[in-house]
Design a binder for this molecule. Structure first.
Ligand code: SIN
Ligand code: MN
Length: 208
């Protein structure tokens, strides 16, 4: 079993959950998905200014953000196509880390260039908060920060490296979190540099 470090109740860090071979095969699956479905540029609600990360989703629904707000929807906002399926390799990781919780319905793929960041936010557009969010990192190291369910609560920071896993659930499910910076050229996994982060989410409440 892989290393499991509880950073605080509900936040579990799995350093090097994926070995290099697993990272390479996940990377190649991501490249194939992007080749067919294309990353899109999200914008912030209200003002519509572009986010610095580029996104794609896998699964029956995907998270999107535009002038009218945040939501899950079944189709790609640019092409109108359904999202690609969640890879079986990801479903397996989800089952292991969530102890076989009902299958995830969305996998958000964020691509960070060396200058991209993500401001502190909560993941709360899901109906079901019983499942944790499962996060996987590939490529350059990132400085991840997580606080409490209040925007101004104390935060702790951790560097997420290529192959690392992290889950936040239970008492930490609604904690504010974000990416303060990317450490350029810290990984050789991605030819173009930068970082992919994948977050697997259960969106609807599971049927009994
Ligand atoms: C996110 O909160 O959607 C992404 C977090 C990360 O990039 O590690
Ligand atoms: Mn998030």
């Amino acid at each position: 079993m892989t290393n499991r470090v509880e950073l605080k109740p509900g936040v579990i860090y799995f350093p090097q959950l994926l070995d290099r071979a697993a990272q390479e095969s996940l990377r190649d699956e991501i490249y194939a998905a992007i080749h067919s479905a294309k990353l899109f540029q999200s914008t912030m609600p209200r003002w519509g200014n572009p986010m610095s990360v580029k996104m794609l989703n896998l699964g029956p629904v995907g998270w999107v953000s535009d002038k009218s707000g945040y939501r899950y929807q079944a189709t790609h906002p640019v092409t109108g196509q359904n999202w690609p399926r969640i890879f079986p390799s990801l479903l397996k990781i989800w089952d292991t880390l969530t102890d076989n919780y009902a299958a995830p319905e969305a996998c958000l793929i964020n691509y960070y260039s060396a200058t991209a960041k993500m401001g502190l936010h909560q993941d709360r557009d899901e109906e079901d908060f019983n499942a944790p969010v499962v996060s996987l990192s590939l490529g350059d190291t990132a400085l991840f920060r997580i606080g409490t369910s209040e925007r101004t609560g104390p935060t702790q920071s951790i560097k997420l490296q290529s192959g690392d896993g992290l889950i936040f659930g239970g008492p930490a499910r609604l904690d504010f979190h974000g990416i303060d910076r990317i450490y350029k050229e810290t990984s050789t996994l991605l030819n173009e540099g930068g970082r992919f982060n994948l977050t697997l989410r259960r969106v609807t409440k599971p049927h009994l």
